[in-house]
Ligand binder design. Structure first.
Ligand SMILES: Nc1nc2c(ncn2[C@@H]2O[C@H](COP(=O)(O)OP(=O)(O)OP(=O)(O)O)[C@@H](O)[C@H]2O)c(=O)[nH]1
Ligand SMILES: [Mg+2]
Length: 310
């Protein structure tokens, strides 16, 4: 496998975020030499690009530290060039998102991924895409429809099964989703499969019974397979910006989340939240959804992210 195939479409899907960000910062960097208010304006521009106030502030403070000659800006002696500030900005963001996270847990074992998140963010689509992604890379994947709550929840996943040729484990309408999870894990154990990806119904953190249902699914997975899911990925919709950050925080309080998948990056200018997810929430961003069709998924790379934005 060529390395860059893992990151197919990542750069393209950041186009809107890049345009929005550069539109906001270009005027700041348009003069060759920067004046005293420029870093304040830069901070505002970062906030407008859906980076949280706290992180934007830290980035600007970091730039000040990086640029040893910064005093020159403040008293307007030997002012810094925009190139220096731009490269300090890039380095500062890079340092915030380049963390030593472990690899995604796909190994020689039979692995299980649980996919969670609020309504409509792109969970089912992502399960279909991930099934294909890993099948293309030699895994023997099955997918399970544990959304027995929404009418047509399982049919939607079955369509993905038809599209990709991947077997779908599903139950009856309104069947306890934990029992579907049990059947799926049993199939993973008994048959020649080595990756199970489980779709779940959309839910809000404040719906207590739905969150308990999720805990039950996790418990049944652990009991049936002997281990908790290898990965529990929360899916968020990039177009919701900082709101999706709140969703991750709320889910994180109730269940263990091991990584984040960001969908609809192709249609959003709010890719700046990626910085907060990694820096503030200390969670890896594992995949991004870059369109509706089956191959529109990419692994995430901090280096490509930075290089695409600046
Ligand atoms: N442009 C774009 N659209 C996406 C992407 N991922 C999902 N979608 C669209 O988002 C919509 C919702 O996707 P679903 O997969 O049904 O979302 P869900 O989270 O399973 O929804 P519920 O099960 O109702 O909670 C669909 O129209 C998808 O085609 C993406 O990466 N890019
Ligand atoms: Mg769904």
């Amino acid at each position: 496998m060529k390395v860059f195939e893992k990151f197919k479409n990542l750069s393209d899907s950041l186009k809107k975020t890049k345009e929005a960000l550069s539109e906001k910062i270009t005027s700041i960097f348009s003069s060759a030499k920067l004046g005293p208010g420029d870093l304040e304006r830069l901070e505002e521009a970062l906030v407008l690009s859906d980076i949280s106030f706290q992180t934007a502030n830290e980035i600007v403070e970091g730039i000040k530290k990086r640029v040893s000659k910064f005093k020159g800006i403040e008293n307007q002696q030997s002012p810094l060039t925009s190139d220096i500030i731009k490269s300090a900005l890039k380095d500062e963001i890079k340092s915030k998102i380049s963390k030593d996270f472990p690899e995604i847990k796909v190994n020689n074992q039979k692995n299980i991924f649980l996919i969670v998140g609020v309504n409509g963010v792109g969970k089912t689509t992502t399960v279909g895409k991930l099934g294909k992604y890993y099948t293309d890379r030699g895994r023997k994947a099955i997918i399970a429809a544990c959304d027995t709550f929404r009418a047509a929840g399982k049919e939607q996943l079955e369509v993905w099964g038809d599209k990709t040729g991947i077997e779908v484990i599903s139950g009856k309408d309104n069947q306890d989703p934990a029992s579907v999870a049990h059947d799926a894990v049993q199939k993973l154990k008994d048959k020649d499969f080595n990756l199970l990806i489980i779709d779940t119904a959309g839910r809000l953190h404040n719906k207590k019974h739905l969150m308990e249902e999720l805990s039950k699914i996790k418990r049944i997975i652990s009991k049936t397979s002997g281990n908790p899911p290898d990965e529990t990925f929360i899916v968020i919709d990039a177009s919701l910006g900082q709101n999706s950050l709140v969703q991750v925080e709320q889910f994180k309080e109730l269940i263990d989340i091991s990584g984040v998948i960001i969908t609809k990056l192709d249609g959003s200018a709010k890719g700046g939240i990626i910085i907060d997810i990694i820096h503030k929430l200390n969670l890896p961003v594992r995949f991004v959804g870059t369109g509706e069709s089956v191959d529109k998924i990419s692994e995430f790379s901090p280096e490509i992210f930075i290089d695409s934005l600046f």
